[in-house]
Design a protein around this ligand. Structure first.
Ligand code: NAD
Length: 500
């Protein structure tokens, strides 16, 4: 057993040199061993980091030319691409997801960096010549100052990169508070910014728990907060942050449904259900956890899913397995307790992940893929976000019944319809009350130049992540009305200005 590594904050581009009053353990979920001891930030330290970030923003970044900012972004893109595998290894070591999935996560984050490289175009304002006689009007978007990003454990690279490249490109300074369960990939990525030429102080990482989050939410110099995590915490962050006068986007939990119509290609649907249900051990905010089969397809579809599940290999993410462990022992036990509850509530347990075999050494946090049939809406395996490899099949008698079920759910992050009927798909995309919709695509994560975000309890606030909504979130608009003197100007007029 190797000695746990100290993991600390990144302040103004360098590892923090202080001594933490509180620490927490970071685990390798595949072995169950403690791999790191993480420094947790006090409110005072958060205050110091925010002050340094504000100073750096005022001294340099806010007024640096767009061409110079863009050069840093291009350089950061190259460095991230160079270190993709190294960062993926850090993700697998602390989160547990298999290496290929971790590489995919970094790649999706890289797409946001590429989007942010186009910042000069994205920040272009409008110009109206002669809005009034010899009066021009033009608009601009300016940076906010210090912004905070608070991220969850399930995408330690991609989720911070939904926000950070756009915030930096827009001219802000950033303080990131990663999940205390798997902070190392976030820190490693943040370190690359200095190498890319970002001035010290513009990129900072504070590790911590509620104390650090509360300090960020209350600090008057933090102007905006981008949060991603579970719904109760997202609601708390939104309400607390806005009560302190901040701009907040708080992305919450999910219960994503896949609606399979009788005319669907059932092989495609079965592949999709298994990939989207069990990829990353179901710990994706866009995972499919409820499959709604419109009869008469349920029996045939379940057989196909069961057949595919039999071929999956669960184990250590570095060994070429299909699925890794859950993030902590407590989370593994919570997910297993939902399987117990599903059985007790009368759902049909078609495949029991509690009996699974695992390709790993040590005492990892494993639970194999699990499939329930004949699940009903009042059962906790349907009503709650389990966030594990548990797929529930609900049977519906019609498209309308399936749609009602989805629209009655309090979450609205992602959903997908599987059908060969273009009219049905078109109706679904219009009628479903969910923020991201797939048509024969099970995990419809938008490209970086669109915006990511759910509806209802899956997002609090008005702005989705990245794309033009991200640029708007991290900037403030200003409109200038201007007249330059020429020989015809002048004269007194105390009336309200009107166009002439
Ligand atoms: P979490 O809510 O436990 O933690 C998220 C962040 O909040 C972490 O940085 C954590 O340190 C902090 N936090 C935890 N408790 C807090 C408290 N009491 N006060 C203040 N801050 C607190 O979420 P998680 O378990 O890390 O991540 C999984 C959740 O995130 C799931 O619900 C998942 O659906 C959601 N998620 C949503 C999206 C989306 O796009 N909507 C994306 C990824 C993850």
């Amino acid at each position: 057993m190797s000695t746990p590594q100290r993991i600390t904050h990144l302040v103004a581009g360098s590892p923090w040199q202080g001594t933490a009053e509180r620490t927490s353990e970071v685990f390798n979920p595949a072995t169950g061993e403690v791999s790191g001891v993480l420094d947790l930030a006090s409110a005072d330290l958060v205050g110091d980091v925010v002050a340094g970030a504000k100073q750096a923003w005022q001294d340099s970044w806010r007024s640096l030319s767009l061409a110079k900012r863009q050069a840093v972004l291009f350089s950061f893109r190259e460095l991230l691409n160079r270190d993709k595998e190294r960062i993926a290894e850090l993700i697998t070591a602390e989160h547990g997801k298999v290496l290929s999935d971790a590489v995919g996560e970094v790649t999706r984050g890289l797409e946001v960096v590429e989007f942010a490289c186009g910042i000069p175009h994205l920040l272009k304002g409008g110009f109206t010549e002669n809005a009034s006689t010899k009066v021009d009007v033009y608009s601009m978007r300016q940076s906010l100052g210090v912004v905070a990003v608070i991220s969850p454990f399930n995408f330690p690279a991609m989720v911070p990169m939904w926000f950070v490249p756009v915030a930096v490109a827009c001219g802000n300074a950033v303080v990131i508070k990663p999940s205390e369960k798997d902070p190392s990939a976030t820190i490693a990525i943040a370190e690359l910014w200095r190498e890319a030429g970002l001035p010290d102080g513009i990129m900072n990482v504070v590790n911590g728990d509620k104390e650090a989050v509360d300090a960020l939410l209350a600090h008057p110099d933090v102007k905006a907060v981008s949060f991603v995590g579970s719904t109760p915490i997202a609601r708390y962050v939104y309400e607390t942050g806005t009560s302190h006068g901040k701009r907040v986007q708080a992305l919450g939990g999910a219960k994503n449904h896949m609606l399979v119509l009788p005319d669907a290609d059932l092989d495609l649907a079965a592949d999709a259900a298994v990939n989207a249900g069990f990829g990353s051990a179901g710990e994706r905010c866009m995972a499919i956890s409820a499959l709604v089969a419109v009869e008469p397809v349920a029996d045939e579809l379940i057989e196909k899913i069961k057949d595919r599940m039999g071929k999956l290999r669960t184990g250590d993410g570095t060994r070429g397995c299909d699925m890794g462990p859950l993030v902590t022992r407590a989370h593994r036990d919570k997910v297993a307790s939902y399987v117990d509850a599903g059985v007790e509530a009368g759902a049909d347990l078609v495949v029991d992940g509690r009996d699974g075999a695992f390709d790993a050494d040590g005492d990892g946090f494993f639970l194999a893929p699990t499939l329930f049939d004949k699940v009903t809406p009042e059962m906790s395996i349907y009503a709650d976000e389990i966030f594990g490899p548990v797929l529930s099949v609900l049977r519906a008698s019609s498209y309308d019944e399936g749609l009602d079920l989805i629209n009655s759910n309090p979450y609205g992050n992602g959903t997908a319809i599987f059908t060969n009927d273009g009219g049905a798909a078109r109706r679904f995309q219009s009628e479903v009350e969910v923020g991201m919709v797939g048509v024969n695509v099970p995990i419809p994560v938008p490209m970086s130049y669109y915006s990511f975000g759910g509806w209802k309890n899956s997002l609090f606030g008005d702005s989705h992540a990245h794309g033009t909504e991200g640029v708007h979130f991290f900037t403030r608009g200003k409109v200038v009305t201007s007249r330059w003197l020429d020989p015809s100007h002048g004269g007194l007029n105390l009336g309200f200005p009107q166009n002439d």
